[in-house]
Design a protein around this ligand. Structure first.
Ligand code: GDP
Length: 442
C-alpha cells in the first residue's frame, strides 16, 4: 500500500491523542515528535518535515483546540488539513488550450515511466471524448518508439513516428503539424529522456519547447526513488520550467516521501499519479483524498468513482434490487467478481473504505487462477444451491469439491467470500445512496 508505514505510524500517534480527554502542550509536543520521525522515515524532505510539524504544532497548542471538548480529534483535523495543503490543497487539472490542439510535453528521465504514462494519459483523455495524438519523440531509449506504438494501439490512439534518425525537435514539429491537419485536439509528445540530467537533454527539451510552445509540460517522476525524484523535479523546473508532475509507481511506493515533498519543494502540483503497469492505472491526484487515506479516514469518493466507471448502470440497478430482495446468487457473484476485478486489485479498493484498512481483508485478494477455480466450483453447484447457498452443508461441500476438482477448504473459502462480497456490495449500495442524496462527488 502507498504510505503504508507512514499511515500506520501517524494513525497510532493520533489514536493516542484521541484517546485522551484533555490534552496538554506536552502531549502535543510528544505526538509531534513522533509525527516528525514518521515523516522522516517516509523519506519526506527534511525542510518540509520541519515546516509541517511547526505549523501543526502552532495550531494544535492553540487555546481553542486544547480547551475544546475533543482536542484529539481537533489535532487529527489539523494534521489532515496540513497534509492536504502540503500536497497542494485541491486537484490541479490540465490546462486546455482555448483554441485546440492542446499540446502536452511529457518529460523525464529514462525508466520513470514516460512512455507508459503517455499512453495512459492519451487513453484517459480519449475516454473523456478527446481526440489525442501521440508523438514518439524518444529516439534514444531502444524500443521506446515501438513501445509507444503498442500502448497507443491498446488505447486506440494514433501514434506519429518518424523513426529515430531525425532530431527530436524536427519530429515534434512535424508531429504537431500532422495533428493539426488531422483534427486532433490533444497532442502528447513523448520526449527523449536520458539516464541522468545533463545539458544536452535540457537543451534539446528547451528547443522542443520553443518550437511547439506546449500548453503543459508535465514531468514524469518515479515515486519509488523518493528524494531523488524530488531533486530531479527541482532541476527540471529550474532549467526547463514545468507545469506539473506525474508521479508514477505509487503502487510500489510504501514510503511516499516524493508525493509529500515535491509540491512544497518545486511549487508545482502533482496532476496525476500512476498506480500500476496497466494502461488504466492513471488517476488524477486529489491532495485531500490522499491525506484522508494516509490518516485512515478512507477515500470514499475515489471508490465511488471507480465503481461508477466499472459498473454498468442497468446491471447495477438489477443487482441492487437483487441484493435488496436477497436474490443475489452465486451466478451474480461470479459476474461480480469479474467486475470488481476490473476496478483493480481488491486490496487497493479496501484501503479506500474507511476503517477497512486492507489488512484483515487481504484474504479477498485473488488471482486469475483462483477465478478459474471459483468458476468451476460454482458450476459444480446445483441450481438450487447457487440460488440458496444456505443449504450447502458438509456433504454437499464435499460433492462440489469433488465435482470441481478442488478441495473442501477451497469450497468453504469461496462460500465465505460470497458472504463477504454480499457485505461489500451492501456497502457500495449504501454509499451510492448517500451520494445520490448529496449529488455527484466533485
Ligand atoms: P520511460 O523510459 O520513462 O519511457 O519508462 P517506461 O514507460 O518504459 O516505464 C518503465 C517501467 O515502469 C515499465 O516497466 C513500466 O511498466 C513501469 N511503470 C510505469 N508506470 C508505472 C506505475 O505507475 N506503476 C508501476 N508499477 N509500474 C509502472
Amino acid at each position: 500500500m502507498v504510505f503504508e508505514g507512514l499511515a500506520e505510524k501517524l494513525q497510532n500517534t493520533l489514536k493516542k491523542l484521541k484517546g485522551k480527554g484533555k490534552l496538554t502542550e506536552k502531549d502535543v509536543s510528544e505526538a509531534m515528535r513522533e509525527v516528525k520521525l514518521a515523516l522522516l522515515e517516509a523519506d519526506v524532505n527534511f525542510k518540509v518535515v520541519k515546516d509541517f510539524v511547526k505549523k501543526v504544532k502552532e495550531r494544535a497548542v492553540g487555546v481553542d483546540v486544547l480547551e475544546s471538548l475533543t482536542p484529539g480529534q481537533q489535532v487529527v483535523k489539523i494534521v489532515n488539513e496540513e497534509l492536504t495543503s502540503l500536497m497542494g490543497e485541491t486537484q490541479s487539472k490540465l490546462t486546455f488550450a482555448s483554441k485546440p490542439p492542446t499540446i502536452i510535453m511529457l518529460v523525464g528521465l529514462q525508466g520513470a515511466g514516460k512512455t507508459t504514462t503517455s499512453g495512459k494519459l492519451a487513453g484517459l483523455l480519449k475516454k473523456q471524448g478527446k481526440r489525442p495524438l501521440l508523438i514518439a519523440g524518444d529516439i534514444y531509449r531502444p524500443a521506446a518508439i515501438k513501445q509507444l506504438q503498442v500502448v497507443g494501439n491498446q488505447v486506440d490512439v494514433p501514434v506519429f513516428t518518424m523513426g529515430d534518425k531525425l532530431s527530436p525537435v524536427d519530429i515534434a514539429k512535424a508531429g504537431v503539424e500532422h495533428g493539426i491537419s488531422h483534427g486532433n485536439d490533444i497532442i502528447i509528445i513523448d520526449t527523449a529522456g536520458r539516464l541522468h540530467i545533463n545539458e544536452e537533454l535540457m537543451e534539446e527539451l528547451q528547443s522542443v519547447k520553443a518550437i511547439v510552445k506546449p500548453h503543459e509540460i508535465l514531468l514524469v517522476i518515479d515515486s519509488m526513488t523518493g528524494q531523488d525524484a524530488v531533486n530531479v523535479a527541482e532541476e527540471f523546473n529550474g532549467k526547463l520550467g514545468i507545469d506539473g508532475v506525474i508521479l508514477t509507481k505509487l503502487d510500489g511506493d510504501t514510503r511516499g516521501g516524493a508525493a509529500l515533498s515535491v509540491r512544497t519543494v518545486t511549487h508545482k502540483p502533482i496532476k496525476f499519479v500512476g498506480l500500476g503497469e496497466k494502461l488504466e492505472d492513471l488517476e488524477p491526484f486529489y491532495p485531500d483524498r490522499m491525506a484522508s487515506r494516509i490518516l485512515g479516514m478512507g477515500d470514499v469518493l475515489s471508490l465511488i468513482e471507480k465503481a461508477q466507471a466499472s459498473f454498468d448502470e442497468n446491471k447495477a440497478k438489477e443487482l441492487h434490487s437483487k441484493m435488496k430482495n436477497q436474490q443475489f446468487t452465486f451466478e451474480d457473484f461470479l459476474e461480480q467478481l469479474q467486475q470488481v476485478k476490473n476496478m483493480g486489485p481488491i486490496s487497493q479498493l479496501m484501503e479506500m473504505i474507511p476503517g477497512a484498512g486492507g489488512k484483515q481483508l487481504k484474504n479477498l485478494e485473488m488471482d486469475e487462477k483462483e477465478l478459474v477455480y471459483i468458476q468451476a466450483i460454482i458450476q459444480s453447484m446445483t441450481r438450487e444451491e447457487r440460488q440458496n447457498p444456505a443449504i450447502i452443508n458438509g456433504s454437499r461441500r464435499k460433492r462440489i469439491a469433488k465435482g470441481s476438482g478442488t478441495t473442501v477448504q477451497q469450497v468453504n473459502r469461496l462460500i465465505k467470500q460470497f458472504d463477504q462480497t454480499r457485505k461489500m456490495m451492501k456497502q457500495f449500495a449504501d454509499m451510492e445512496k448517500t451520494m445520490k442524496k448529496g449529488g455527484k462527488p466533485k
